[in-house]
Design a protein around this ligand. Sequence first.
Ligand SMILES: Cc1cc2nc3c(=O)[nH]c(=O)nc-3n(C[C@H](O)[C@H](O)[C@H](O)COP(=O)(O)O)c2cc1C
Length: 155
Amino acid sequence: MKTLVVFYSRSGTTKRVAQEVAKALNADVDEVIDKKSWKGILGFLIAGYDATKGKTTEIEFEKDPSGYDLVVIGTPVWNGRVTPAIRTYLLRNREKIKNVAFFCTCAGRPGKCLEQMEEILGRRPVLSKVLVRKRLEEGIKDLIEELETLNSLSS
Ligand SMILES: Cc1cc2nc3c(=O)[nH]c(=O)nc-3n(C[C@H](O)[C@H](O)[C@H](O)COP(=O)(O)O)c2cc1C
């Protein structure tokens, strides 16, 4: 199964998950770059506000998801919501994604993040998973196992 792992990460946690998942599944990776920096305390506050308001942002990414059997999409949770970068990515690629799996990383309160991702894409994911920062290793291992099971069922 040709798989693409797409992620946005502000401080590296989601990036780490995405890279480990991609390595284990032999998948391609695409980092979504948000042109807004969101750095510092002001960045943190605006990030939470924009996520809550369901704002989009200016993004860059490289790969065309339509060439893949499965697209795994990861985002940090911001104020119980999906990040503007992944919201924008989902809106822009709605027609191009066939099968999708979602994951989010958070401090323990995922809120409506995964439900929002499903709503925005307008499609049920084959898998959706919350990874809590304190138990990241365990979460990565479980996510990889679940994706490998899907992979073996489809081949
Ligand atoms: C603006 C902002 C809002 C956040 N809101 C939440 C939240 O509602 N619930 C939660 O559990 N963690 C929240 N967090 C923590 C992040 O989701 C968590 O640290 C995540 O793993 C960071 O991913 P990253 O390192 O890939 O950016 C928030 C972080 C930021 C910067």
